[in-house]
Design a protein around this ligand. Structure first.
Ligand SMILES: CCCCCCCC(=O)SCCNC(=O)CCNC(=O)[C@H](O)C(C)(C)COP(=O)(O)OP(=O)(O)OC[C@H]1O[C@@H](n2cnc3c(N)ncnc32)[C@H](O)[C@@H]1OP(=O)(O)O
Length: 246
């Protein structure tokens, strides 16, 4: 089982073997982005509130095995665990966060909006900076039910959006999802563990194109595949940039 997940982690996921993740396939941005959330330093844990991307008693044996495998691969810096908080603003680098003078106190990051462990989104993401790739270990809890016993398609879309979003942020800084196209291939049983494996395919100007596969732990079952387009926000013209700026 773990051999399959390690293969995924090393860039051997089916269908993408012709373009090794180690090679950067697309052109770089004409002008280098000004990273907003882009540096891994932006995921710093210093002085931060509770980090939810750490093991808790609700994590299954599969989840723990995968976590330990990636934590081991993180020791040499190839992979980096991404901390996760229950408020969006807490994901920002300190220097950016401090610039937010008035931050609403009643908001919750969508994927962290349940307090009890194990009932909603249990996940942890690992970033491979060289490959511009994020693998998310995802264990959907019972409150994510769609068809009886299986994860709701919207919850799958949410975890895919956040995983590819993390990749886009790493590659291009401040971005928003413009398009997310998902093919659902096999249902995901509640309580099972899947790997959401995403990478940046190419960057054209402000457009960041990404792809993603969701597979079970041995890699044999393809649950979903997706492509995404994120747009790097333009400081001069974007309303979103205005809205997100202090
Ligand atoms: C760690 C946490 C991660 C969390 C990740 C979660 C991310 C999210 O869910 S974001 C929320 C969902 N997304 C939104 O609400 C975005 C709503 N849309 C918008 O705000 C805007 O349309 C936005 C920002 C995407 C683009 O607007 P704007 O900055 O004005 O760009 P615009 O000039 O229209 O388009 C730029 C380029 O992208 C292209 N483009 C824009 N949208 C699309 C689209 N949907 N499909 C294809 N191409 C598009 C345009 O054609 C244009 O191309 P070109 O430069 O070749 O002419």
């Amino acid at each position: 089982m773990l051999r399959g997940c390690v293969s995924l982690a090393r860039g051997l996921r089916p269908g993408l073997r012709a373009a090794p993740h180690g090679a950067w396939p697309g052109p770089r941005l004409a002008a280098a982005p000004q990273p907003f959330w882009g540096h891994t330093a932006g995921f710093s844990q210093l002085g931060r509130p509770k980090d939810f991307a750490l093991p808790n008693p609700s994590w299954s044996q599969d989840m723990m095995s995968l976590y330990n495998k990636f934590a081991e691969m993180a020791k040499d810096g190839t992979w980096k665990r991404i901390p996760s908080y229950d408020r969006s603003v807490d994901h920002l680098p300190e220097r950016v966060r401090q610039a937010f003078k008035e931050v609403r106190q009643d908001t919750r990051f969508f994927l962290r909006n349940t307090d009890a462990e194990g009932i909603g989104f249990e996940y942890v993401m690992f970033l491979n900076p060289t490959e511009k790739r994020i693998v998310c270990l995802f264990q959907p809890g019972p409150y994510l039910e769609g068809v009886s016993g299986f994860a709701h398609g919207g919850s799958i879309a949410a975890i895919i959006d956040s995983t590819v979003g993390g990749c886009a942020i790493f590659a291009a800084g401040k971005v928003m999802t413009a398009n997310l196209s998902i093919n659902y291939r096999n249902p995901i049983p509640l309580g099972s563990v899947v790997l959401v494996d995403s990478k940046v395919d190419r960057i054209e100007g402000r457009k960041v194109f990404l792809s993603c596969e969701v597979r079970n732990v041995d890699g044999q079952t393809l649950h979903a595949e997706a492509t995404a387009l994120f747009i790097q926000l333009d400081t001069k013209t974007s309303q979103q940039q205005e809205a997100c700026s202090p």
